[in-house]
Design a protein around this ligand. Sequence first.
Ligand code: 3HC
Ligand code: NAI
Length: 704
Amino acid sequence: MPEPVARTQNGRIAVLTIDNPPVNGLGAEVRRGLDREVKAALADAGTAAVVIAGRGKMLSAGADIREFGKPQQEPILPKVLAVIEDAAKPVVAAIHGHALGGGLELTLACHYRVAAAGTRVALPEVTLGIVPGAGGTQRLPRLAGVKTALELMTTGEMVPVKRAQALGIVDEVVDGDVVEAAVKFAEDLLAKGAKPRRTRDRDDKLAEARATPNLIAEFRQGLKRSARGQESPFAVVDCVEAALAKPFDEGMAFERATFQRLVGSDQAAALRHAFFAEREAAKVKDVPEDTPAAPIKRGAVLGLGTMGAGIAICFANAGIPVRVLETSQDLLDKGLARIRGTYAGMVERKRLDQAEMDRRMALVAGTTQMADLADCDAVVEAVFEDMALKKEIFAKLDAACPTAAIIATNTSSLDVDAIAAATKRPERVIGMHFFSPANVMRLVETVRGKKTSPATIAATMALDKKLGKVAALVGVCDSFVGNRMYYAYQRQANFSLEEGALPQQVDKAMQDFGFPMGPFATGDLAGVDVGWRIRKQRAAQRAAQGLPPDPRRYSPIADRIAEMGRYGQKTGAGWYRYEKGGRAPMPDPEIEKLILTVSQEKGIARRSFTDQEIVERCMFPLVNEGAKILEEGIAQRASDIDVVWLFGYGFPRWRGGPMYWADRIGLDKVYATMSRLYANDKDWCEPAPLLAKLAREGKKFADV
Ligand code: 3HC
Ligand code: NAI
């Protein structure tokens, strides 16, 4: 086994190099190696200064997350870093790629920091439900100031190196070899007779904050909204407060105790699950990682409506030239204006500069001619949700695109296999189900058809990643994974209204659970008319096939609201009413009256609901549908379903995802409640056989 930390000598400078692929995680072996080599360098009479660097893509992504939740091995990182900070010889960090979490904390304990251009640094511990545990909460405020440190540590924001330098986190940014530059930096220090400069001894920035008495209280107040439901951001504030009030060593002890408490918390376990689930989702069981995936150098998007325009933006953001096609010059111009408008909004909000907007717009080329798609490697179709139209278009695309090109559909509900059958290359056809707004939402349900080839899956998943998306591979079924489960949730939310709840109560219960919005506020945002039109269409199709209306239990409230012309936010009224131009939902007595009328018509005696009952009523059928999806093989693994919900529906990450959440509750409890619901709802609440089996065997979805 190669040593995870190597020491080489460069004249009077010892260079310690961490080598622990893939991300130079600071696991026990690395900590031992660092401890040993730092001490050896300090004891070596021929060494006057030390440089600490990393091999490979980055300095370090921090602690080895896989060690969390297990017994800790000595030496713990804070102890190793104390040796570095207390060293009598100057220690210089040479940072490249990333310095994250413990990786950045390592550099904060060094006396000086030199970084390569393009480096990014962060303390992302809150995204794992913990606080920085190796001095980050004590040293970062001393370097960058209390307010900035609070902002960075409560969000985990990635900081580009230039900004890190401006904030005082990094001393020098260099082009070229960062180790050479750090060695030179150390030589210069020695030449100047500069001494070690301990971060712990700085007090100027803390003194500034002490002179602003309400700083901490106000920050905590702001978090109540932005970090609702989460423990770790508040714990970060406690630690920074300790940095202000206590001597350094006591602050460190407080941070350590907080870290220890949180690392064993439910939220931290759920967030670790989310971290690994996201990475696991990229792996496809029957598509080996070395499957050749031709890179997508030129893309195309068909249909520049709501979705198409957003998808085209994703291509341009990723630097991939994209041709966009509409049916007429007028619609094309409107679509291009939509793209330009989105970018202009970003420029206005200072999220993009004008030159970058111009560069991205230059990658988007409009056309009304299919023949112009002859040079693209992948096309995403985003025309109206109409099977006949999609089939017609796929046949045309098949003729117009290079034979090797991938043809993807953004359909949200149609049968990808039927669409693929309209081409002579079903193996190159796949679903790319983006979520709205496509340029914002991270999820792409990547839908494999029966004939989709491994090479197409590999190339599409690679494209998803290039577009900055998180892909979850799913199979073909009505509405795929996310929406199919969402319908189960929404249906029960509607039934709970008929039985006694009100939209504002359901929404509040689900918001308190952790969703950004409840189902009814979401309905108003998406448009109450959307589902109504689909239901009308489906009813008409049944009638055309000579079938009677679907006999299953059905709540007509949403349809009645749409029939009143209340389509949601866009018409100023839906499940709620809205002030002119406003977005805040306000309970509406008219809707309450409608709900009471429907209960009466159905002869339902209204009763009261607790918030917990609402959560279980909505969430357990959703999980039950997830169990069916897993059993049918539509999702590869339960954690992929969690990824769909984390990145497509705003499921609270600190609960890990619906399947993980159900595992934590215990599937026997979920099964028992589903069985009770089934007694009253034979149409929709039959427990999934997989759920019943796992509950019986005392197992989890994660065991499947
Ligand atoms: N510990 C353990 N494994 C890690 C890891 C870590 N800190 N960071 C990444 N990995 C693993 C991933 O699971 C993945 O494994 P796999 O190949 O088996 O799936 C592999 O390394 C590569 O990771 P990515 O797929 O994420 O690679 P990218 O190149 O896309 O991203 C990255 C690299 C930006 C470094 C990203 O991995 C990342 O953000 N990592 C986590 C950083 C983090 O949260 N650090 C804080 C840790 S907590 C801490 O330091 C506590 C301290 O205060 C004491
Ligand atoms: P939209 O109605 O906003 O846009 C469709 C566009 O396609 C229109 O601009 C239309 O002119 C264009 N078009 C129609 N026929 C065309 C043709 N032959 N060639 C080129 N362009 C053509 O529809 P939206 O909402 O963007 O939906 C598009 C697809 O995305 C649908 O399949 C829908 O199910 C799916 N989808 C929609 C989501 C949403 O929230 N709106 C979310 C996820 C998927």
